[in-house]
Design a protein around this ligand. Structure first.
Ligand code: ZN
Length: 203
C-alpha cells in the first residue's frame, strides 16, 4: 500500500525532541514518520496487540533480510519471525537496525545527566497501559540514525543523513502497539541540535 499521501491522515502529532508518541494500529494501517527539519532520529518500538511478549526484533529482521540496511520494501519481523511492519516508503535510505536506544545510563557515558529514548518509550507504554514485557534493545529500530559499519570494524555515530521533509512509512502487518521517542541525545546523532518530528496514521 503506497500513495497514502493522497488521503487524509487519521491522526497527526508533532513531537518535540525528548518527547514521545504512541498508539494502537490495526493491520493494514500505516504510520508515517516525517523529519520536519532534517538530521533527526526517532527510536521506534512495536509489539503485537495480542501478546506484548511478541515484539519487533531488528536482530531477526536483519537475519531474515540478509542485510543490515533496511529500507523501502523491507519486511520487519518479530521475535517469532512473523511480519509486523513493511516499510512502504523511505526517502532517506540510511537507518540503524542494530538495536538499542539511548538511556540515562548510556548518556552518562558521554558525561550527560539526562533521560534518553528508553525512559521516554517507557513513559509512552505506561500511557498506553501496555506491559513492557517485550521492551528490549532488539525491539527498537532507529529511524534516520546514521551508524554505519566501517570496513575496518569501526562503529561510530555520525550525523543523520535525513533531509528536511524526509519520510518513512510503515504498514502494519498485524494489530500492534507502537511507541516512539524523538531522540535528544547530544553529539552528532541528531545533527547540530535535536528538532521535532511529525507522526501520522493512515488507513
Ligand atoms: Zn535517543
Amino acid at each position: 500500500m503506497t500513495g497514502t499521501s493522497s488521503s487524509e491522515p487519521l491522526w497527526v502529532r508533532d513531537v518535540a525532541p525528548g518527547a514521545g508518541a504512541s498508539g494502537r494500529v490495526s493491520a493494514g494501517q500505516a504510520l508515517r514518520i516525517i523529519d520536519l527539519e532534517g538530521q533527526q532520529v526517532a527510536d521506534l518500538v512495536a509489539f503485537s496487540a495480542e501478546d506484548p511478549g511478541e515484539h519487533l526484533d531488528v536482530t531477526y529482521t536483519t537475519f531474515a533480510a540478509e542485510s543490515w540496511q533496511l529500507g523501502k520494501d523491507s519486511v520487519f519481523v518479530t521475535n517469532r519471525m512473523r511480519p509486523i511492519w513493511t516499510m512502504t516508503e523511505d526517502t532517506c535510505g540510511a537507518h540503524y537496525a542494530g538495536g538499542g536506544f539511548c538511556s540515562r545510563e548510556l548518556n552518562a557515558l558521554f558525561g550527560v545527566d539526562q533521560p534518553g529514548c528508553y525512559e521516554t518509550i517507557l513513559d509512552e507504554l505506561r500511557h498506553l497501559d501496555a506491559p513492557t514485557t517485550g521492551l528490549n534493545p532488539a525491539s527498537c529500530f532507529n529511524v534516520f540514525m546514521n551508524f554505519p559499519y566501517g570496513a575496518e570494524g569501526e562503529l561510530k555515530v555520525q550525523e543523520s543523513l535525513s533531509r528536511p521533509g524526509d519520510i518513512v512509512e510503515l504498514r502494519a502487518e498485524m494489530d500492534l502497539l507502537w511507541a516512539v521517542s524523538v531522540c535528544h541525545m547530544p553529539g552528532p546523532c541528531n545533527g547540530p541540535h535535536p528538532t521535532p518530528m511529525r507522526f501520522e496514521l493512515y488507513g
